[in-house]
Structure formats: C-alpha cells, structure tokens
Design a protein around this ligand. Structure first.
Ligand code: HEC
Ligand code: HEC
Length: 199
C-alpha cells in the first residue's frame, strides 16, 4: 500500500483538490543520521540532513495544522477542513465551535476523527503551508516568529506528543515517514552541524 502511494501519490482519490505548492513524497522510511557522514562539508551535511527531516515537516500530517490561513486542512490532499472551522482567538477554535467539540483526547476510531489533548492549530507566525523548506527552516530559527530556542525546538520535535500524533494518526491516514525518534535524531544532527538551511 505504501509502495503504491510512493509510486503514484497523485492518483489518490482526492488529489484533484491538492493545494500544496510541493507534494511531499509518501515514502515510509527516513535515512539515518550516519548515512550522511559521507558528506564531508559540515554545512552541506547540515542542509542535507534538514532536507531529509523536511520529508516529515512537509508531510500533510504536520502541514494540515500549520496553515497560513485561519482554517486547518485535511487529508493527504490538504483540502480545506470540512466542516468549516476557524482558529478563533487562541488557535483552538471559535468560542462557539471549539476544536475539542469534535477532536477529543485520542483518535476516535469509530468515526475516524483524530484526537489529542492539545489539539489546536499552530499559531499564524508558525505557518508552513505555501512556504519552501528553506523558508520554513529560517522561520524556525527566527526569534521574532518562534518562542522556542534551539534546545526547546529539538525537544518539541523529538518528544512533543502532538507532533508525535503524526506517526499514530489513526484511521486510514498516511503516517509521517520513519519514527519520531529518527526524526528527532535528524533534527539534533542538523543543530549540531550548525543548523544550516536549504536555499
Ligand atoms: C464539527 C467537528 C469538527 C470541529 C469543530 C473541528 N474538526 Fe477537525 N476534523 C473533523 C473531522 C470529522 C475530521 C476528519 C476528516 C477526515 O479525515 O476525513 C477532522 C480532521 C482534522 C484535521 C486533519 C488531520 C489530517 O492530517 O488529515 C485537522 C488538522 C483538524 N481536523 C484540525 C482541526 C482544528 C485545528 C480545529 C479547531 C480550529 C478543528 N479541526 C475543529 C471535525 C472537526
Ligand atoms: C493538531 C495540530 C498539530 C499537528 C498535527 C502538528 N503541529 Fe506543530 N504545532 C502545533 C501547535 C499548536 C504549535 C505551537 C506549540 C507551542 O507554541 O507551544 C506547533 C508548533 C510547532 C513547532 C514550533 C515552530 C516554531 O516556529 O517554533 C514545530 C517545530 C512543530 N510544531 C513541528 C511539527 C511537526 C514536525 C509536526 C508533524 C510531525 C507537527 N508539528 C504537527 C500544532 C500541530
């Protein structure tokens, strides 16, 4: 099934509603950190490692919650969330229609609605949709847009349970590639090599 996705990502049922600038590839594995040791230049290695981590960052499971509008998106085609919802004053929905009205503490398999105790949109300063990986990378490191320092960023990526949902999304959703631990190791290697960003 995953192989079929990898070869034919655009033939998925709702592909006509694709809104993303670049469609991530649905391969299920991540390259490990050691495999980048063949790149002698640390700066080039840092960029390459981030590009591999970018396969997670730009995956629909992450991007759907990092929109550049007030509305989440849904499915691998990243179509607008249905029913219509808006981030509201605290990114967790309008007072009249909270995210938690439908998204509960955990995935609800009977209905296929995903869930997590912290379910809400990433703040607008952390919007990723429509941006290149280089732009996302620079924004992560920009104190004007992110309240997380490098240590906190690493901890968030490697351990945050809302980020972790992307590997246990429930229903028939495609998982983010690799594991959260492998992803965390890539982010750590990226930071240790100077946190260089793709152009
Ligand atoms: C009235 C019910 C309802 C409300 C309120 C609601 N959602 Fe949803 N949401 C759903 C349903 C149902 C799905 C599953 C759709 C599917 O996968 O086909 C969903 C899916 C999603 C997904 C897609 C996950 C993925 O990767 O495919 C995201 C992201 C999401 N909702 C975010 C939010 C956020 C953020 C809020 C609050 C601002 C919110 N939702 C409010 C019903 C709701
Ligand atoms: C259900 C919604 C949701 C999903 C899914 C989600 N995020 Fe987020 N993300 C958030 C929220 C909310 C914040 C803000 C957290 C905070 O400020 O403490 C955030 C913030 C971040 C940040 C900090 C950005 C910055 O500029 O400082 C990173 C990094 C991040 N998320 C990574 C990911 C990754 C990687 C995935 C997928 C593997 C993912 N997120 C999936 C909601 C989500």
């Amino acid at each position: 099934m995953l192989v079929a996705f990898a070869l034919r990502p655009r033939t998925m049922p709702d592909s006509q509603t694709i809104v993303a600038a670049e469609q991530p590839v649905h391969l299920s594995h991540l390259r490990n950190v050691e495999s980048f040791s063949t790149i002698p230049d640390p700066q080039a290695r840092s960029v390459a490692v981030f590009q591999e981590a970018g396969r997670v960052i730009q995956h629909p499971r992450c991007m759907n919650c990092h929109p550049r509008t007030d509305r989440p998106t849904q499915t691998d085609a990243m179509r607008p969330h249905s029913p219509w919802v808006s981030r509201g004053p605290d990114d967790a929905g309008e007072p009249t229609l909270r995210c938690s009205t439908c998204h509960h503490q955990a995935n609800f398999e009977a209905s296929g609605v995903p869930g997590n105790p912290k379910w809400k949109l990433a703040p607008i300063e952390m919007a990723w949709q429509g941006k290149s990986l280089g732009e996302i990378c620079r924004q992560l490191l920009d104190p004007a847009r992110s309240h997380m320092n490098r240590e906190q960023l690493l901890h968030h990526m490697a351990h945050d349970e809302l980020v972790g949902w992307a590997w246990h999304p429930g229903g028939r959703r495609t998982r983010a590639p690799g594991t959260q631990a492998e992803f965390g190791a890539l982010i750590q290697a990226w930071l240790e090599t100077g946190a260089r960003c793709p152009g």
